[in-house]
Write a protein that binds this ligand. Structure first.
Ligand code: SAH
Ligand code: SF4
Length: 373
């Protein structure tokens, strides 16, 4: 691969048209190439028979498919979660997670190698920041999961799985068959802070949502941010139909700054002003994430503080019991206390909330557990 070779996964459909026009080649070939990339999920120029040799020769010489080889794949024992350690061209690695819920599959994709934000309870934060991912590297993760979801030739259901005994493998194949083998949900909640890498992330979103390609609906993409205020305001102005999740974790500036160092740069009052502006401009509800840490931010008083903070805002609270990581000694909130927290939000503030299903903890694929050592 030549140094200047362009990653095809970084091209929108119109940019691909433009590339072929610049080469004095018909955009018809661009449309075919696009179909190979995103409908057939081709993994090589060798399986694009409808492209003439002169087009293929130029593509091979000046571009490449930025596939991310699997360095390691691990399955949770319940068969619902698969975590991929993917290799980048410069030797760095990232993690991407495929999660299966009832009737849907979600890809959790990364936006950076590491993260600069340093949240105290997050394994990615403890890695520090190495670099931003390119748009192509972000799209390639979605392509990777979409490809892994394609139905296997053997039609198989979960009853057969139990008979065969290999539950995890079978659950995945049954899952592919059941979900129509198409990736429909993406969460930008993997490694990194997506609004710290705004341009590449939005470029990737444009590619992943193209209705003639992967066709993941914008409404089925959730971007989670630590609270990068300028990014939230920009997202509001951009009017992309994404769901926004904001990691709150505390309802006072001092408590929040102790968990999320980025709060010193973007204080809570500025963050809430940006969230208000976002909801006012877009008419959208924001998900507020709250990692529940035993004895730290999970008391009834904390619930009332978040209730007061979000009063009048279109909001839903996503409670995430702390997932264990090596560098942080906190413990997750007990289920009873989490339920009580929810009850206060619902009854005293009419604030809807969910407790996030804990998935993939046995393979360190839960929120905040992704890290490459
Ligand atoms: N950087 C973004 C998105 C990635 S983290 C952000 O911070 O929002 C996705 C979610 O997992 C965030 O809400 C984050 O606060 C939460 N999280 C991080 N570490 C966690 C842990 N150890 N247990 C539970 N949730 C955690
Ligand atoms: Fe970065 Fe999000 Fe982890 Fe904080 S929680 S360190 S912003 S990835």
């Amino acid at each position: 691969m030549a140094a200047a070779s362009a990653d095809l996964y970084a091209f929108t459909r119109s940019e691909l048209d433009g590339l072929l026009v610049r080469w004095s080649l018909s955009p018809v070939h661009a449309a075919r190439l696009w179909n190979y990339l995103y409908l057939e999920l081709a993994a090589s120029f060798d399986v694009m028979p409808e492209l003439p040799e002169k087009v293929l020769a130029r593509l091979r010489a000046e571009t490449h498919l930025g596939l991310l080889p699997i360095a390691l794949a691990s399955d949770s024992t319940d068969g619902f979660t698969r975590k991929y350690l993917l290799q980048l061209a410069d030797g760095e690695k990232i993690e991407t997670v495929r999660m299966r819920f009832t009737g849907r599959v979600t890809a959790c994709i990364s936006s950076q190698v590491g993260c600069a934000m340093g949240c105290v309870f997050c394994a990615t934060g403890q890695m520090g920041f190495t670099r931003h991912l390119t748009a192509g590297e972000i799209v390639a993760q979605a392509v990777h999961v979409a490809r892994a979801l394609r139905p296997s030739p053997a039609k198989i259901d979960e009853n057969t799985c139990h008979l065969i005994g290999d539950i995890s493998q079978c659950a995945q194949r049954a899952d592919a068959a059941r979900t129509g083998a198409r990736l429909r949900n993406i969460v930008l909640m993997g490694m990194g802070e997506p609004l710290h890498n705004y341009d590449a992330v939005m470029h990737a979103v444009d590619i992943m949502t193209d209705s003639a390609g992967l066709a993941v609906a914008g409404e089925r993409i959730t971007l989670s941010t630590v609270g990068v205020v300028p990014g939230i305001l920009r997202l509001a102005a951009d009017r992309r139909p994404l769901h926004l999740a904001v990691s709150l974790h505390a309802a006072t500036q001092s408590e929040r700054a102790a968990l999320v160092p980025a709060a010193k740069k973007w204080p809570l009052d500025e963050l809430m002003a940006a969230c208000r502006a976002y909801s006012a401009q877009t008419g959208r509800r924001i998900f507020y994430e709250w990692t529940l840490i035993d004895g730290r931010n999970d008391s009834p008083d904390h619930a009332r503080a978040v209730g007061r903070l979000l009063r009048g805002l279109p909001a839903q609270v996503n409670l995430i019991p702390l997932n264990p990581i090596a560098g942080y000694s906190g413990a997750p909130t007990h289920t009873v206390a989490a339920k009580h927290f929810q009850h206060i939000l619902a009854t005293e503030f009419r604030l809807p909330s969910t407790v996030r299903q804990r998935r993939g903890l046995d393979i360190a694929a839960g929120c905040g557990q992704l890290a490459v050592l």
